[in-house]
Design a binder for this molecule. Structure first.
Ligand SMILES: [Zn+2]
Length: 684
């Protein structure tokens, strides 16, 4: 079975890269099966070891198991995201349950857990390095959260709840999807299209045809809903659309999520209690930078105090503008986007059509590589012989200032059928040490940037430029990694710390000093004008007070659901109103509810984690302010950032790493300044 399966062989390729040209879809399943058997054998060697459990023979040994299995999964799931097919999808679907079953078996392996617990309990007296201590705590925690060490009765209940929660999350999401899909706004009177752009009208007409209707159909999907709410001059239709959107899964029909919200919140509380925590947030936050509900809520409160006055400022400005433009009565939720868009146009007339000609992809790529060069002294050398999974993928050897090899970087920029939407950084191998050998990583940046056309090169929008910087920031985190253990290396850090390196890089897109070095018109060669750069920066603070306050509201709501310490059976409207009360700016709208369609926290991975968006912004703004204070290309500051953040992965506590880089704890001041949240900052 193992004969001629390249996934199970040693890759004798340069840099040990996956030999894509000889890997066939049919190789994955048998390779995964075999690799699982081998990994079980490796784990048995650990559990059968007659020696006393210690860090090296248990925790480190466990971290080293499953190398081939990891390699197979990374090739399979990366390919499934970038170059998939029906056959590959089928294989991924078949392999996934094998992996889940295997990982459950590991977590519930009593002998293994008991060794881990022994090392964990002695961790303070065992002369471990910080990194070893963190790895021990991390492994122990993942076993505990997976239900290890429970008494048989609790274990059964734990399993029941886990299964029910998985089903409920799925059901929650399906209900929201169904409610999003089932609504349509059918327009037959042309005058009801007032304010809408031609392209949107055309799509709406095609949608109507597809539904065998006359006229135009608008839906609750973002590409239809968002521009409709921004631009439709028909206030009563905006209201209709808003009410439909905000009452999804809250209409008392079979797709209603009211009961699911309560059930999920209560089961999460129960599972937290079984595993020894006071509430679900406490259980989830344990290994974060904000490692307790008190910290998270304190953070939200602190930002709220600063943002609320700015939100009121934005709200009043908008109301004033609306009244000047003939609005009568209170500003309702369905008025906000509409007047915002108009006010934004009036104040900051800047859009992508003006910017794109300055951001051709080849220039952007070179500028970003050069930026890393001037900050860290690293070099990118294209390699045309490394095996790739698609002819558009390019690879670069990345060398440090002293010419030592750092990493191999793959870039894959454009959309294709068979590639997921969005942009992300991933890896085919993460950095780690085996014995004395430093195994360098294979990192990849994937995006869906606008393609070149016959007459013009690929020109990026401003958002695409910041996306590139963002993913490049993640890739630096992966490429600079200098850790001992794979599960702590690179981007394997706390969830609320992982976006620091990426969001940090985005700041450069707003800096004249950087744009000046490279941004020029792809035809005329004219340098980007100062007034354009000024406008980019100015527009970035538009309505930030309002937006921040709103995000904080979601954060408070998330924390409210996940800090309950007794089962809730109350009316979810009342529960939600209490949680959102202080961030609320609009009159209440009967029949609507946010929780019933809040998929991020009830179906996605953001339960007790929504605060993370703002947390990461505070960090990146604070970190970047150190650069603006010392010079945005300052080699010394960059060195501090690299040595303390980018090289360290999760090998030390993020708070300690941050303070060592910055010389002090992060404060919200830089974010307030960047977003124009100091109320004194002028608006008009
Ligand atoms: Zn990111």
């Amino acid at each position: 079975m193992t004969i001629n399966n390249p996934l199970l062989e040693v890759w004798k390729t340069p840099f040990g890269t996956p030999p894509f040209e000889i890997i066939k879809i049919s190789h994955f399943y048998p390779a995964a099966e075999e690799a699982i058997i081998n990994t079980i054998r490796e784990i048995n060697l650990i559990t059968d070891n007659p020696e006393e459990p210690d860090f090296e023979n248990t925790i480190a040994a466990l971290d080293r198991t499953g190398e081939i299995l990891g390699r197979i999964s990374s090739v399979l799931f990366n390919l499934n995201s970038v170059e998939t097919s029906k056959e590959l999808q089928a294989v991924a679907r078949d392999v996934s349950p094998l992996l889940t079953r295997f990982s459950n078996d590991v977590t519930l392996n009593e002998k293994l857990f008991s060794r881990i617990r022994t090392v964990y309990e002695k961790r303070e007296i065992s002369a471990l390095t910080d990194e070893q201590k963190i790895l021990t705590e991390r492994k122990y925690r993942s076993f505990i959260l997976g239900g290890a060490g429970l008494k048989e009765e609790s274990k059964n209940r734990f399993r029941e709840i886990s299964e029910e929660l998985a089903e409920l999350s799925l059901k929650f999401e399906e209900n929201v999807l169904e409610e999003t899909n089932s609504y349509e706004l059918h327009i037959t009177d042309k005058s009801d299209l007032a304010g809408l752009p031609e392209s949107l009208i055309e799509t709406a007409s095609m949608e109507a045809v597809a539904r065998k209707k006359t006229g135009w159909v608008f839906t609750l999907h973002f590409p239809s809903y968002v521009p409709f709410m921004l631009l439709s001059e028909r206030r009563e239709l905006r209201e209709k659309m808003f009410r439909a959107y905000a009452s999804r899964s809250f209409r008392g029909n079979e797709y209603d999520n009211t009961v699911n919200v309560l059930r999920i919140a209560n089961l999460r509380l129960e599972i937290a209690e079984i595993t020894g925590f006071g509430n679900f947030a406490e259980m989830t936050l344990g290994d974060r930078m904000a490692d307790s509900p008190v910290k998270v809520i304190g953070f939200l409160e602190q930002l709220y105090d600063a943002a609320k006055p700015a939100a009121i400022r934005d709200f009043d400005n908008l109301r004033k503008f609306a009244v000047e433009n003939g609005h009568v009565g209170p500003i309702e939720r369905w008025d906000w986007a509409f007047y915002s868009e108009k006010l934004k146009k009036k104040l900051h007339n800047i859009d992508d059509e003006i910017l794109k000609p300055y951001f051709s992809l080849d220039k952007v790529e070179k500028a970003i590589f050069d930026l890393a060069g001037s900050l860290y002294g690293i070099k990118f050398l294209q390699n045309r012989s490394v095996s790739v999974y698609h002819s558009e993928v390019r690879t670069f050897e990345v060398y440090d200032a002293d010419n030592s090899f750092l990493a191999l970087l793959y870039t894959d920029y454009h959309p294709r059928p068979g590639k997921n939407g969005g942009a992300w950084m991933t890896s085919f191998r993460e950095q780690r040490k085996t014995g004395v050998t430093d195994v360098r990583p294979l990192i990849s940046i994937v995006a869906n940037f606008t393609r070149a056309s016959e007459n013009r090169p690929s020109l990026l929008s401003f958002t695409e430029l910041t996306t590139f910087l963002h993913e490049f920031g993640h890739s630096l985190h992966g490429m600079f990694s200098k850790c001992n253990y794979e599960s702590l290396s690179g981007t394997n850090v706390a969830r609320d710390f992982v976006e620091l390196p990426s969001q940090f890089m985005e700041n450069y897109a707003f800096e004249k000093e950087w744009l000046d070095t490279w941004a020029s018109h792809y035809i005329t060669g004219e340098k980007i004008r100062e007034e354009i750069i000024f406008k980019i920066k100015e527009a970035s603070t538009f309505n930030e007070g309002y937006a921040c306050n709103r995000q904080l509201g979601f954060g408070f709501l998330d924390m409210a659901w996940h800090t309950i310490e007794n089962p809730v059976d109350t009316n979810i409207i009342v529960f939600e109103r209490d949680a959102l009360e202080k961030t609320e700016l609009f009159p209440a709208v009967e029949g609507t509810n946010m929780s019933a369609s809040f998929s991020h926290i009830f179906a996605g991975g953001y339960a007790a984690g929504y605060y993370g968006y703002k947390w990461a912004e505070v960090l990146d703004a604070d970190a970047f302010s150190y650069f603006t204070e010392t010079g945005i290309f300052n080699r010394h500051t960059a060195e501090l950032f690299r040595k303390n953040i980018l090289e360290k992965g999760g090998s030390e506590q993020p708070q300690d790493l941050y303070v060592r880089f910055r010389g002090k704890e992060p404060s919200i001041d830089a974010l307030l300044k960047r977003s124009g949240l100091n109320v004194s900052s002028p608006f008009f």
